[in-house]
Design a protein around this ligand. Structure first.
Ligand SMILES: Cc1cc2nc3c(=O)[nH]c(=O)nc-3n(C[C@H](O)[C@H](O)[C@H](O)COP(=O)(O)OP(=O)(O)OC[C@H]3O[C@@H](n4cnc5c(N)ncnc54)[C@H](O)[C@@H]3O)c2cc1C
Length: 509
């Protein structure tokens, strides 16, 4: 039973990385009446704000606790898919690394049909949402609320990593967010004044007094009611478990992330009609690619004993990394190696008392998977099958990542620190054994994207203005719309998508 019906111009579903940036931008530009519905609660846990404490958040009540089906090419393992279920979404439990992406990433989006999303165009959005005082574009001073920065109190071993990279021929890159990722560099983090700056903290917490912008927590949307004309006039949801509804004057924007946005569409009958019928959902719009094109980065640890205690002055997991290529045929980089200061990074291996880990991850994976419903019951988790490592190129790139990591760790710069390889171990030298190691330990980098791909072709789920095909007032603004995964960590691009969605929607008024 619906007990109250209010009217809003826009209803945003999800207060995560993109949703908070979108609500802020839309509110700034239009002053419209906006409702943000977030399934999770307020970000009250102290460990959300403490940048050293995020491991405890994964698998807790602020995580949706999804997991993959067994992954045959990864030794049949089931791999966790953490997703934030709290104000700030996944930006409230992520590793806080903040990297925009390579110029080629966004120019590829534009080339694939996402007009308006080239590097130069998305650069303006990055610039506008950041507020550090721009050193990239002096003509467009950054005045936005997000304050990413390179941490100042760096650990000694991170400098060793940078020196080692340069020694083995990886150039120093003085600004990872310049559009060229190649090289070893200090990365920025979403840590401000010693605390995590989630998307909610950056974009919405400071404007909580705006009467026209309402954020409702514990508000779960289980499906959308799209009429035969492709319009949505009303959004129904569970507010603390009780049915509730609001009227929509203009638009609904799904910002529920790469897992929940396609899940909600499918539960609403928007997806492959034949597959929906098989699970008992009445099809409404036949869009076969909803939930397809699921792509994620994979990484693993190459761990070493250390001759001394690793100073972990900084709270963030990594403060520097190196972008390299697995072979000369690749344009740009396809491997990111992070310098890990944490112990026990490799599951199944005992870390010695002092230890450091180089963490190579593949940034341009070839494997593609899917997300499908197995039931029309909205409480049943969808089937998530990223097909991790299914394409041999991904295994080869990770093997190469291990080789380059070993080269870095065996450099002169690391000699006073390196007490010997722990994982995979010095005995693991043949290609076969290294591949076995990859398949047995590689895991998600937590970057699933692409399940509601943007494009101009008939298979794309949204067009370049983020409108869902076949509907007239439904858009998507989150990581699910990426036509190709960015070749680095995905949070900055997700927030940029939200911010730019605000620009696009406001420009149509
Ligand atoms: C453990 C971990 C570490 C990571 N580390 C990094 C990192 O260091 N750097 C980096 O760049 N990226 C990192 N990422 C990835 C990055 O954080 C994500 O790509 C990004 O946050 C995705 O943003 P989004 O807006 O698409 O989704 P989300 O931020 O997940 O937002 C979706 C929101 O929608 C809400 N929602 C979902 N369904 C519903 C519903 N039905 N009704 C109402 N609300 C709903 C969710 O609760 C959530 O708040 C990490 C991810 C994880 C999981």
């Amino acid at each position: 039973m619906v007990d109250q019906v209010e009217e809003f111009d826009y209803v945003v579903i999800g207060a995560g990385s993109a949703g908070c940036a979108l609500a802020r931008r839309l509110s700034d530009l239009t002053g419209a009446r906006i409702l943000v519905l977030e399934a999770g609660g307020a970000d009250e846990r102290p460990d959300i704000h403490d940048p050293t404490a995020y491991y405890g958040l994964w698998g807790s009540e602020v995580d949706w606790k999804y997991e993959t089906v067994p992954q045959p090419a990864a030794d049949g393992r089931v791999i966790a898919v953490p997703r934030g279920r709290v104000l700030g979404g996944t930006s409230s439990l992520n590793g806080m690394v903040y990297i925009h992406g390579d110029r080629r990433d966004f120019d590829t989006w534009a080339y694939l049909g996402a007009h308006g999303w080239s590097f130069d165009e998305v650069g303006a959005a990055f610039n506008a949402m950041e507020g550090r005082g721009s050193y990239r574009d002096a003509d467009a001073p950054a005045t936005g609320p997000l304050m990413p920065a390179v941490v100042s109190n760096r650990s000694e071993i991170s400098q060793v990593f940078i020196d080692a990279c340069v020694e083995v021929g990886i150039p120093y890159n003085s600004d990872l967010n310049s559009g060229d990722l190649m090289g070893a560099a200090w990365n920025e983090s979403t840590i401000f004044q010693g605390m995590r700056q989630s998307s909610y903290r950056a974009f919405l917490a400071g404007i909580a007094d705006r009467r026209e912008l309402v954020v409702e927590t514990h508000a779960l949307v289980q499906g959308l009611d799209v009429n035969p004309q492709g319009e949505i006039h009303r959004v129904e949801y569970l507010s603390n478990g009780r049915p509730r509804a609001v009227h929509v004057r203009r638009e609904v924007i799904l910002a529920s992330g790469a897992i929940d946005t396609p899940r909600t569409l499918l539960l609403s009958g928007i997806g492959s009609a034949s597959e929906l019928e098989r699970v008992g959902v009445t099809p409404c719009i036949d869009l076969p690619e909803v939930g397809r094109n699921l792509v994620d980065h994979m990484l693993l640890g190459v761990a070493f004993g250390a001759t001394r205690e690793i100073d972990n002055k900084n709270p963030n997991i990594t403060e520097c990394c190196a972008f390299v290529k697995s072979n000369d045929a690749v344009l740009g980089s396809d491997i990111e190696i992070s310098m890990g200061k944490e112990k026990n990074f490799v599951a199944g291996y005992d870390a010695p008392e002092h230890c450091f880990t180089l963490i190579p991850g593949i940034t341009r994976p070839q494997s593609r998977g899917s997300l499908t419903l197995i039931s029309s019951d909205p409480t049943v988790h969808p089937q998530i099958d990223p097909r991790h490592l299914a394409e041999p190129e991904d295994v080869h790139a990770l093997v190469r990542g291990i080789e380059i990591s070993r080269e870095i760790a065996n450099s002169r710069a690391f000699r006073p620190w390196n007490a010997g390889e722990v994982a995979p171990g010095n005995h693991v030298t043949s290609r076969e054994l290294i591949q076995d190691y990859v398949r047995s330990v590689a895991t998600t980098w937590f970057h699933p994207v692409g399940t509601c791909r943007m494009g101009v072709d008939s298979g794309a789920v949204v067009d370049q203005r983020l409108r869902v095909r076949g509907t007239s007032n439904l858009r998507i603004a989150d990581a699910s719309i990426m036509p190709e995964i960015v070749s680095c960590n995905t949070n900055a691009a997700s927030m940029m998508i939200g911010w730019r969605a605000g620009d696009i929607i406001a420009s149509e008024l």
